[in-house]
Design a protein around this ligand. Structure first.
Ligand SMILES: [Zn+2]
Length: 409
């Protein structure tokens, strides 16, 4: 039997294990063996054999639950193994460097954050390098890759940071400066793309086919996510929605253009609208204070929040016309504006959209993951292709109890 079609049998076993591991990795909560069988449209016996193989590989643990005991039929819970492979995710932000260990199932542990003293490239990347080196040394799980989230445009072909306006960096080889162990898989992408990926697969966008994700802080970016994949464009620069010329003024923008939408809706825009002084360091705090003052009845703050929320809503309406999403998810400062002025955001999105959209405008909702989204997304961007090869992920071979049925795809 083994000599008849060895490659086909191996490929089939591999494909079945991949589908089972992907289902467990992306599930909202631990699956039971019966749920895995339903998800893969296979028999319970096949699901049991696949789960046993994944347990042999050290990727999951199989344990009895009490869920159905009272009906006399104990079921089994399939949990990503705590000692299984992990990705180290790092976010190189504008105010700090954040780091976490992320296991299968998108489980974050040991989240660590160090504030930046300045934006000097050697200071910031030296700090990230030291944090990564220490984590790679101390993490008990086998590390299968490093996922990097950066606030800037990442060329996906050369894997370099082309421009990070809020850090003042151009053409920076971030990966080389992090001096990672040779051979360790590394992915780097824009924070907005990675947050959108996490939000669509594990957050508010779970189950929606077309998700428009918008993240505002200093500037506004995002991604259109189609069936779980952020649209990155030719080099990875897509999703710079904040640089659509929807702004009301002819102010020059950090991007080199003028009249960009983000100049009217981001945190500095809110501070300016409220007449509050700010610096690069204080702008997030100042913007949050304006929002808090507006809910306490400060009229000047209220009118600034309403004005900025209206301009946010108007741009969302334009983007609904372009992308026809199932759901719009707002993160960070954009979610704060939605929480503060929900009617204004939705009403202006309605006014800004074509009449065909108005009877059934897509829901506009706050992100569920928010601050952790970029780290989860950075890890998932690696797991996404690592789960394609469950055996390579562990460097072990399964005893292979799984029958060689071709599962329906
Ligand atoms: Zn711009």
């Amino acid at each position: 039997m083994g000599s008849v079609m060895p490659s086909t049998a191996t490929d089939l076993r591999q494909a079945n294990l991949t589908r089972a591991l992907r289902a467990i990795h992306t599930a909202e909560a631990d699956l039971t063996r019966a749920q895995l069988a339903r998800e893969l449209t296979c028999t319970r016996a096949t699901a049991a054999a696949l789960a046993a193989d994944l347990q042999d590989l050290g990727l999951i643990t199989v344990s009895e639950t009490e869920l159905t005991r009272r009906r006399g039929r104990p079921s089994t819970r399939l949990t990503p193994a705590a000692t299984g492979p992990a990705v180290i995710a790092v976010e190189i932000g504008v105010t700090c460097v954040r780091l976490a260990t992320v296991g299968l199932g998108g489980r974050l542990s040991a989240v660590e954050s160090t504030a930046l003293q300045n934006h000097d490239v050697d200071h910031v990347l030296g700090l990230a390098r030291d944090m990564l080196r220490e984590r790679l040394r101390s993490t008990p799980q086998p590390c299968v890759g490093v996922g990097i989230a950066v606030h800037g445009l990442v060329d996906q072909l050369s894997m370099t940071l082309v421009s990070a306006p809020n850090l003042g960096w151009d053409d920076t080889d971030v990966v080389a400066q992090l001096d990672l162990p040779p051979g360790l898989p590394v992915r780097m992408d824009n924070v907005a793309h990675l947050s959108a990926l996490a939000e669509s697969s594990r957050g508010r966008g779970r189950g929606f086919a077309t998700v428009l994700y918008l993240h505002a802080a200093v500037g506004l970016g995002g991604a259109l996510v189609l069936d779980g994949h952020p649209v990155r464009g030719r080099r990875g620069f897509a999703g710079e929605f904040g640089h659509l010329p929807l702004g009301r003024s002819e102010q020059p923008c950090r991007c080199g253009g003028w009249g960009c939408w983000e100049l009217d809706v981001d945190q500095p825009a809110l501070a300016r609208a409220a007449g509050r002084p700010y610096t690069a360091r204080t702008v997030a705090t100042v913007a949050r204070k304006v929002l808090a003052d507006s809910t306490r009845g400060d009229q000047e703050a209220r009118s600034a929040v309403d004005q900025v929320s209206a301009l946010l809503g108007r741009g969302i309406g334009a983007l609904i016309n372009v992308h026809d999403p199932d759901l719009v998810v707002l993160a960070c400062h954009a979610a704060d504006l939605l929480a503060s002025s929900p009617q204004i955001v939705v009403e202006q999105a309605r006014r800004g959209s074509m009449s065909a959209h108005r009877p059934a405008l897509p829901p506009i909702e706050p992100a569920a993951l928010d601050a952790d989204g970029a780290l989860v997304g950075a890890a998932d961007s690696l797991f996404d292709f690592l789960v394609e090869s469950p055996t390579a992920l562990t460097g072990r071979t399964a005893a292979s109890a799984a029958p060689l049925d071709r599962l329906p795809s």
